[in-house]
Design a protein around this ligand. Structure first.
Ligand code: UD1
Length: 419
C-alpha cells in the first residue's frame, strides 16, 4: 500500500485550482438514475469515492463514457439491477444516496447498510423514515435495506435532525413523486443547493434549497443535461490552512468564495490576511503570527465538521489555548492521538478538544483513520521537523484529488512512496 512521505519546513506559495466537489458530485451521480436521458458532467474530480459511485452505477447496468474533453456521460436507461452490493457500499457511506432515486424511478431498491468513515455511529434512520412517509415499504434483511413501492406520493416531512445526505436522498426521491413534497429542517449546505440546481437542469421542480424548507413539485418526465460540478470548498479550506500554518502566501482559484465565509472568517481571526474575489481566495501569512481560535462545528452556515481536524492542527501551532468542539459527529477526534505523537498537546474530553499551542512538531510515522483525519496529518507533516510518513492514504484518495501534486506545486516536499 502506498504512503505519503513529507519533509516538513517548506513555506507554501503560488496558486492552484480547486477541483470539483466530491460531496456535490456524489448525489448528482446518484440522481442520474432518475432519468433515462443522457447526463454529462464537467469537472468531475478524480477521486476514489467517485470511482466507487461509478462502480455502483455500473454494477446496476449504467453506461458510463469518457469523452475527449474528459467529461463523463452517464446513461441509466438500461438499468436492470436495483441493488448496491455490500462490497461497494462498505467503503463509502454515501452509497446510500442511490436509494431515493432507485425507489422513485424503479419502485425498488436493495442497498447494503452503509459503512464509510469510522466517525461515530452515523445511522440512516432519517432517510428511511422519510422514504416511508413518501409511501415506500422498508424492510431490513441480512444487512440490506429493501425499499419498494408502486408510486411515491408527495407529503410533508419534518426531519428530526439535520442530515446532508438525508436531505439529498429524499429530495431526489420526491422529484418523480405524485404531487408536492415539502421538506422541513433540511440541510442548507451549498452541496444541497448544487444538487437542486442539477435536478432542475434535468427538468425537476425544486425550490427553496439553501433555506430551511425545500419544496419539490413532482414531474413525470426528465430531460438531458450538461452540468459542471462546482468546486470543493473543503479542499479549498484545507489548502488555505496549509498556507497559513507554513506562513505562506497562496491563492486558490476556481472557488465560489461566497460559500467559504465560515472558513475564511475563522482564518482572519487566526491572523491570516485574506483577500477575496468572486472566484478566487488568497491567504497571506507572511507578515503575521498565528493566533488560536475556538471552533464549534455545526451544520451550514456553521463551521464545517469536515474542516475540524485541519483547524485542530492550525490551533496546535498557534501560541495559546483553544477549544475545538465537535457537535455534528461523535468520535471525530481520531486524528488527535496521531497528532499528539507528532508533538501536539491536545486533550479530548467528550466532544471537546482542549488544545495548547506548541512551538514545534516532529515528523513521525502516522496512520490515517478517516478522510479529513488524513488531511490533518499531512498538514502537521508540512510543519514538522524531519520526515513524516502517512500510512493508509486510501482515505485521502477518497476525497483529495492529486494532493501531493498540488502541495508540491506550492513548494511542499511531499511524495507518494510504495510500501
Ligand atoms: C455529509 C457529508 C460529510 C459531512 C457531513 C456533515 C456527503 C457525501 N458527506 O455526510 O462529508 O461530514 O455531511 O456535514 O455529503 N444522522 C442521524 N440519522 C440519519 C442521518 C444522520 O442520526 O439518518 C446524524 C449523523 O449521525 C450525524 C448528523 O446526523 O451525527 C449529521 O450527519 P449527516 O449530515 O447525515 O452526514 P452525511 O450526510 O453522512
Amino acid at each position: 500500500m502506498e504512503k505519503l512521505k513529507i519533509i516538513g519546513g517548506n513555506k507554501l506559495s503560488g496558486s492552484i485550482s480547486c477541483s470539483g466537489a466530491k460531496n456535490a458530485a456524489l448525489p448528482m451521480l446518484a440522481a442520474t438514475i432518475l432519468t433515462d436521458k443522457l447526463v454529462t458532467f464537467k469537472n468531475l474530480p478524480y477521486l476514489q469515492d467517485i470511482t466507487t459511485m461509478f462502480e455502483i452505477l455500473g454494477s446496476m447496468g449504467a453506461d458510463i463514457t469518457l469523452n475527449e474533453s474528459m467529461d463523463f456521460s452517464i446513461s441509466t436507461k438500461n438499468l436492470k439491477i436495483f441493488e448496491a452490493r455490500y462490497e461497494l457500499v462498505k467503503t463509502m457511506r454515501a452509497s446510500i444516496l442511490v436509494l431515493g432515486s432507485l425507489v422513485a424511478r424503479h419502485g425498488f431498491a436493495r442497498i447494503a447498510l452503509p459503512g464509510g468513515c469510522a466517525i461515530g455511529t452515523r445511522p440512516v434512520d432519517f432517510h428511511l423514515d422519510a422514504l416511508s412517509k413518501l409511501g415506500a415499504n422498508i424492510e431490513l434483511k441480512g444487512g440490506y435495506i429493501e425499499a419498494s413501492c408502486k408510486k411515491l406520493k408527495g407529503c410533508e416531512i419534518n426531519f428530526p435532525g439535520i442530515s446532508v445526505t438525508g436531505t439529498e436522498n429524499i429530495m431526489m426521491a420526491s422529484v418523480l413523486a405524485e404531487g408536492v413534497t415539502v421538506l422541513r429542517n433540511v440541510a442548507k449546505e451549498p452541496e444541497v443547493v448544487d444538487l437542486a440546481n442539477f435536478l432542475n437542469s434535468i427538468g425537476a421542480k425544486v425550490t427553496g434549497a439553501g433555506t430551511d424548507e425545500i419544496v419539490i413539485e413532482g414531474v413525470k418526465d426528465l430531460q438531458e443535461s450538461n452540468f459542471t460540478i462546482p468546486a470543493d470548498r473543503i479542499e479549498a479550506g484545507t489548502y488555505l490552512i496549509a498556507a497559513a500554518i507554513t506562513y505562506g502566501n497562496v491563492t486558490i482559484k476556481n472557488i465560489d468564495s461566497s460559500r467559504m465565509n465560515n472558513i475564511t472568517d475563522h482564518l482572519k481571526l487566526s491572523g491570516a490576511a485574506i483577500s477575496i474575489k468572486e472566484n478566487e481566495i488568497s491567504l497571506d501569512m507572511e507578515k503575521s503570527s498565528l493566533a488560536p481560535v475556538d471552533i464549534s462545528t455545526a451544520p451550514f452556515p456553521g463551521f464545517p465538521t469536515d474542516m475540524q481536524a485541519q483547524y485542530t492542527v492550525l490551533n496546535s501551532l498557534s501560541p495559546g489555548s483553544s477549544v475545538v468542539s465537535e457537535n455534528v459527529f461523535e468520535n471525530r477526534f481520531m486524528h488527535v492521538q496521531e497528532l499528539n505523537r507528532m508533538g501536539c498537546d491536545i486533550d479530548v474530553r467528550g466532544s471537546n478538544a482542549f488544545i495548547k499551542g506548541v512551538n514545534k512538531l516532529t515528523g513521525a510515522p502516522v496512520m490515517a483513520t478517516d478522510l479529513r483525519a488524513s488531511a490533518s496529518l499531512i498538514l502537521a507533516g508540512l510543519c514538522a521537523e524531519g520526515e513524516t510518513i502517512v500510512d493508509r492514504i486510501y482515505h485521502i484518495d477518497r476525497g483529495y484529488e492529486r494532493i501531493e501534486e498540488k502541495l508540491s506545486y506550492l513548494g511542499a516536499n511531499i511524495t507518494r512512496v510504495p510500501n
